[in-house]
Ligand binder design. Structure first.
Ligand SMILES: Nc1ncnc2c1ncn2[C@@H]1O[C@H](COP(=O)(O)OP(=O)(O)OP(=O)(O)O)[C@@H](O)[C@H]1O
Length: 340
């Protein structure tokens, strides 16, 4: 275990009546970084966040925040703020009252409240809206109020659980940028739960990808994309996900290895001149390019990207090729063969 990180989880586990929440969670989070907990529904993201927040008690392991063992400390003693997907705003209070509410409870002086409120409203672009009630705001504005409330708390650690999930795609993209900018400008540490890989990949310095209560890989977005630790990571990260191919399909020799290929590394070849002959299963025009999905026995998710609108008919045969250096190799258990 290292004691260097700002937030350290050492072999943390949580179970309910024997049912697994999370297990073997070991993390070392640097101060000032943006860490995304990513994974499919039920993988343990929220449980991990709630353990850090002190909303759940760990059954095993230790949680350290800013050098202090808080494993058994109540939430209020952990010196952090939280933002949830539900906004959790008081409907009968104005924007300003919602933002300063926590400070009032903590008996922060009136002058300081006013100063921190003005700063938070400016940072979140809510100036002029302070007298409105949450019901008179858009979803994005409400989410900004929740962010402003977390900012005025002035904590160095902010935990966010799917804060954008109630917003439409366009708003999500813009609030995503706001959150990232805020985190950078304020220099705070953010631990952010999401099931959306675009959100995690675009915002985080470090992504923690989870599955069934266990961490699969911790790394930068580029690490996860370029050097997935196993086939789960390979198929979870990237749109389209990495194609998986049984080794004998292209290798000739019988092997239980699984090979991975990203769409951008697959090229169309002259008929019969490529390494695989596949059938076009689907062709999707995405605007700048066309995503052509291919079917071939022993492969899943094989596809090729063509610039612009590619005139390829579903059901036709195409030959594809790729370079050996772009092939990822996983063993029969799905683990990456080279060190990650
Ligand atoms: N209070 C609880 N009692 C029993 N089991 C729970 C409880 N909270 C969570 N779990 C279980 O723990 C596992 C992890 O749940 P968790 O909510 O952390 O997942 P998640 O990745 O955040 O999922 P989602 O994206 O759907 O919110 C799940 O199997 C869930 O059913």
């Amino acid at each position: 275990m290292t004691d260097k990180g700002f937030v350290v989880l050492d072999n943390v586990a949580k179970r309910w009546k024997g049912q697994l929440g999370v297990e073997n969670i070991t993390l070392d989070i640097e101060e000032g970084s943006f860490v995304a907990l990513l994974g499919p529904s039920g993988c343990g993201k929220s449980t991990t966040l709630r353990l850090i927040a002190g909303l759940e008690a760990a059954d095993e392991g230790h949680i350290i925040i800013d050098g202090k063992d808080v494993t058994h400390a109540p939430s209020a003693d952990r010196n952090l703020s939280m933002v949830f997907q539900s906004y959790a705003l008081f409907p009968h209070l104005s924007v300003a009252e919602n933002v300063v509410f926590g400070m009032k409870v903590r008996r922060v002086s009136k002058a300081e409240r006013a100063e921190r409120l003005a700063r938070a409203l400016k940072i979140t672009g809510l100036e002029g809206l302070e007298a409105r009630k949450p019901g008179e705001l858009s979803g994005g504005q409400r989410q900004r109020v929740a962010l402003a409330r977390a900012i005025v708390a002035g904590k160095r650690l902010c935990l966010m659980d799917e804060p954008l999930s109630n917003l439409d795609a366009k708003l999500r993209a813009s609030v995503r940028k706001d959150i990232k900018r805020l985190q950078r400008d304020l220099g705070i540490t953010v631990i952010y739960v999401t099931h959306d890989q675009t959100e995690a990949m675009s915002m985080a310095d470090k992504v923690v990808l989870m599955k069934s209560g266990h961490i699969q890989q911790v790394g930068s977005p580029a690490d996860l994309y370029d050097r997935p630790a196993n086939t789960f990571v390979a198929e979870f990260i990237g749109a389209p996900p990495m194609a998986l191919i049984e080794a004998p399909v292209i290798g000739g020799a019988a092997s239980s290895d699984i090979l991975g290929l990203r769409a951008e590394h697959v090229r169309l070849a002259e008929p019969g001149a490529g390494r695989l002959t596949c059938t076009v299963a689907e062709s999707e025009f995405l605007g700048a390019e066309t995503l052509i999905s291919l079917s071939h026995p022993g492969t899943t998710g094989l596809c090729v990207l063509q610039p612009g609108l590619a005139p390829v008919e579903v059901g036709t045969e195409v030959s594809v090729t790729f370079d050996d250096r772009d092939i990822h190799v996983f063993d029969s258990e799905g683990r990456r063969r080279e060190a990650v």
